[in-house]
Each structure stands twice: as C-alpha cells, then as structure tokens.
Design a protein around this ligand. Structure first.
Ligand SMILES: NC(=O)c1ccc[n+]([C@@H]2O[C@H](COP(=O)([O-])OP(=O)(O)OC[C@H]3O[C@@H](n4cnc5c(N)ncnc54)[C@H](O)[C@@H]3O)[C@@H](O)[C@H]2O)c1
Length: 324
C-alpha cells in the first residue's frame, strides 16, 4: 500500500489541533471523509483541511468511502460501539487515550482487533515526543533505565458534578493515564511485578491524587506522582540509568547528565523541533507511526492491546493502596 485513505469520526478540539494537521501534512495520506454529529464542526473542519465529503452518520461514511484507516476521536464513553463496529468492519483504527472507560472494554476491543487482524493505535503521544525520545535515548545509550519518575500535576478546584464528563470516567484512567503509560513504556514495557500506592480524595468527592511505586519484571522501578489538587500543570519525566540521568518537561526543556559532571551532555529547548505543537508534542510522529503500521500491517507499540496493560496498571494502582 503506497497511499492511505483516512476517514475521521469526530471533528472536535484536540482532533482539529493535533490529528487533522498531522494527517494533512503527509503526502501519502488523503482525508477522504469527515463525520461529526455537529454540522458546524464537520463543515468547518472539512473547509480548513480541504476535505470534500462530510457525513452525519459514520456507517454511511465507511460504506461510501471505504477508507484504508479510520480515526475515531471522541470522549471515551461515546467510543466503544463505534470503535468495535469499525474494527468488525475490518478497518484499522486510531483512537485517543483512554481507549475505553474500563480495562474490560479496552480488552474486548484489543482482542477483537487481533482476531480480525486489524491494526490499532492509541493516543499516547508522550512515547513519541521528539525531545523526550532524544533525552531517553541519550540517557540509555550505555545501558537501560533502572528507574523512571513521572510527575503530572494540575490545578483543579473540587467540582460538582465531577470535572471529567460529569463522572463518566475518573481522573486516573482518563488523563493521568498519560504518565502511567509513559512510565511503563519507558521502563521497557516489562510485566508488572508489584505495585504500592496511595490514592486520596483530599477535599474533593472523587480521587484527585495518586502516588505509586511500581516494580517491573525487568527490575526497573517506576515512580508516579500524580496530583490534580496542586498549583499548576506540569508533566515531567526523569530517566535514571547507571551513571546517567535525563530530565524532561513536556512544556520546557530536556537535559542529560553523566558520571557526576557539572555540565550536561545534552540540553534542549522544547521548541527546537518546531513551534507547531502537533509536531513538538509528538502527535506528528505518533500519526506517522500509525500510518506506517497500516501500510505494513504490523501494529505500533501503542496498540489497543498494549494500552490494556496501562489501563490494568491504573486498576492496580487503585487496588494496591497501602492504607486501605
Ligand atoms: N492525547 C491528549 O493529550 C489528549 C488531550 C485532550 C483530549 N484527548 C482525548 O481526545 C478525545 C477527543 O478529543 P476532542 O477534543 O477532539 O473531543 P471533543 O469532545 O471536542 O469532540 C468530540 C467530537 O466527536 C463528535 N462525536 C461524538 N459522537 C459521535 C458520533 N457517534 N459520530 C460522529 N461524531 C461524534 C462530537 O460531536 C464532537 O464534535 C477525547 O477522548 C480525549 O480523551 C487527548
């Protein structure tokens, strides 16, 4: 397959900011259809990305355009039936994180995709962020990581109803899952040996802070510090290998130090790659990997089946509280 025809279900905010511009920039990709329930959104997105055909019903779009791959981008609690129907239609599918509301739902999607031999991808762009990758690769050039620390902080006042789709999904699985997944991935995606955690509501009526220590079967340790009741948004990853450490902030810079030297061996600014957020945040690379996977028929490392393992780790963080 040299050329990939892609159809989109969902023309929302993140899709317009990150996925449409990525796909529109690929010479070997054509966006052959856009479906959204909202007429204004589908029409404006089609105009912006010069797409001729729009639809209100995704089944009609799939029948009429017969795409090589589908992007289904909408809130997780709207996704299951659509993603399952797309998979059962035999179309490769990319979904945003989380791939489902529960691990069982994600597992059902991943299992069906494997049975149907359908390539899938999940939006875990931290795995692909160019600066993050260079920081990780420089840190591990002489040996693997033995410790990864991921911190993700946000400022949110307690809200009622729940701030994530009125409570259709929790903070850990919906949003903090980014760092659960990144720590697991950068620890080498080894199976989980043990988890110790503390999950607290503080002054909210739902959990807002999650601290976890995860020991993987390859002896790497992941530390996750996740707190939605903090002062502002930060997302940082630390990589530690024997004699080297790398620090990366998704909004700032990355640096690597070795063997106790005062001067870093690598120092980068966030926008060195590009000022375009869809590029410097890793969406372009993530989408390139998905399109290449569609062409080759080999799933990317961020398939739905792999995302199930991150969802399962989130479940274990709830189940492994020290002070139950
Ligand atoms: N990777 C990230 O960093 C990141 C950041 C923000 C959001 N997200 C995820 O991205 C996903 C989508 O985000 P968004 O901002 O584009 O969403 P959005 O809520 O702005 O838009 C979703 C769109 O899907 C449409 N839709 C819903 N059901 C439909 C159906 N059956 N048929 C056709 N259209 C339908 C809605 O009309 C809406 O326009 C969310 O799941 C969210 O979890 C990821």
């Amino acid at each position: 397959m040299n050329h990939v025809n892609v159809a989109f279900i969902g023309a929302g905010g993140l899709a317009n900011a990150m996925h449409y511009p990525s796909l529109a920039s690929f010479e070997d990709v054509e966006i052959v259809g856009i479906c959204d329930l909202d007429e204004t959104r589908r029409t404006e997105t089609a105009k912006k990305f010069s797409v001729d055909r729009t639809f209100a019903d995704y089944r009609e779009m799939l029948e009429q355009t017969r795409p090589d791959a589908v992007y289904a981008l909408m809130p997780p609690y709207h996704l299951f039936d659509i993603a399952m129907n797309v998979i059962e239609g035999g179309f490769p599918v990319f979904v945003e994180k989380p791939p489902a509301v529960t691990t069982d739902q994600a597992r059902a999607l991943g299992r069906r995709a494997e049975q149907m031999n359908v390539v899938t991808g999940v939006g875990f762009q931290r795995r692909y962020q160019p600066m993050m990758r260079r920081c990780y690769e420089r840190t591990t050039q002489d040996g693997p990581v033995h410790q990864v620390v991921g911190s993700f902080y946000k400022h949110q006042e307690p809200a009622d109803p729940h701030p994530y789709y009125r409570g259709a999904i929790d903070i850990l699985r919906c949003d903090a899952i980014h760092v659960v997944d990144a720590v697991r991935y950068f620890c080498g995606s080894a199976p989980v040996r043990s988890v110790a955690s503390e999950v607290r509501n503080l002054d909210a009526h739902y959990p807002v802070t999650f601290n976890a220590l995860v020991h993987f079967e390859n002896d790497a340790v992941g530390v996750m510090l996740l707190n939605w009741r903090s002062g502002r948004r930060f997302l940082n990853l630390e990589f530690h290998a024997k004699g080297a450490c790398g620090f990366a902030s998704i909004d700032g810079s990355a640096s690597v130090w070795e063997k106790g030297d005062e001067e870093p061996v690598l120092q980068e600014q966030f926008n060195q790659e590009s000022d375009e957020e869809y590029i410097n945040q890793g969406f372009l690379a993530e989408n390139r990997a998905f399109i290449d996977a569609v062409k080759s028929g080999e799933p990317p490392h961020n398939s739905i089946s792999d995302a199930v393992i991150s969802m399962d780790l989130a479940d274990r963080i709830y189940a492994s509280m020290i002070n139950k």
